[in-house]
Design a binder for this molecule. Structure first.
Ligand code: SF4
Length: 255
């Protein structure tokens, strides 16, 4: 099978009606922009939880930054009537992810949790996924990073420390999802309950702007949020079907 045939076969599979209904879970996050203050506590929590290295000024100057989530800032209006808009941006875990169809070794794929997963051991570093990602949320690891003592003590043992040459990105803290699923299994429960698992960013957000859960559970908090009239997905016109849904900011002045 040629590369293009392989690409098309995978694309048609992802678009097949009912494909996503077959998954065990469909983890989804909502981001209420009316609550987000742009404080970046979520960014720091993500960095600490996922052993994300601090690459330093030189690397950043060369465009080699490494943070699995960022707060995008936009200014609206003219001075002095300017308004700050802050939008947390991270992997959107698209149901029809362009990155998955172009990876030549299937290092990125859709798993049974409805997540866009990344297999570091399989990644050969072509970076084609990053080129095709319209949200620019995939980060290439250019170096083997080192944590000086005692900072190495803060590394999370549940998350691998990645080596250079692989692509990295937000996983919705899959290690926490695994723990919750294991706990449910130990308790003899078939499914993880709503609210039982929270990625680090959700847990840390002081304004509770982020809500995480399984959209296959119609009673979950996140499913309730999806019906909100302010709900939208970023770059909707690309038909990537993101699993991150934003709630528009309410502008009192615009009324
Ligand atoms: S922690 Fe919450 S309020 Fe702060 S930037 Fe992140 S999402 Fe926004």
């Amino acid at each position: 099978m040629s590369l293009i045939d392989d690409f098309l076969a995978r694309w048609h599979e992802y678009r097949r009606p009912g494909y996503y209904e077959e998954f065990d879970y469909h983890w989804t996050m909502t981001v209420d922009l009316d609550r987000c203050t742009g404080c970046e506590a979520c960014v720091t929590a993500c960095q600490a939880e996922n052993n994300t290295p601090i690459v330093g000024e030189d690397a950043i100057a060369r465009g080699r930054h490494m943070q699995w989530m960022r707060i995008e800032r936009y200014w609206e209006g003219e001075y002095p009537d300017v308004k700050l808009r802050a939008i947390p941006m991270f992997c959107q875990h698209c149901d029809a992810a362009p990155c998955e169809t172009v990876c030549p070794v299937s290092a990125t794929y859709h798993n049974q949790d409805g997540l866009n997963a990344q297999i570091y051991n399989r990644c050969i570093g072509t970076r084609s996924c990053a080129v095709y990602c319209p949200y620019e949320v995939r980060y290439f690891n250019y170096n083997n990073h080192h944590w000086d003592e005692p900072l190495d003590q803060q590394l999370n043992p549940d998350v691998s420390v990645r080596e250079k040459g692989v692509m990295e990105k937000c996983t919705f803290c899959i290690q926490r999802i695994r723990q919750a699923k294991d706990a449910a299994k130990d308790d003899g429960r078939r499914r993880v309950q709503d609210g039982e698992v929270q990625p680090a960013c959700v847990q840390t957000c002081p304004t509770e702007a982020l809500v995480f859960g399984d959209r296959k559970d119609p009673d979950s908090a996140v499913s309730q949020m999806l019906g909100n009239e302010r709900a939208y997905t970023v770059l909707e016109e690309l038909n990537t079907d993101p699993s991150v849904v934003y709630l528009k900011k309410v502008d009192a002045d615009a009324a």
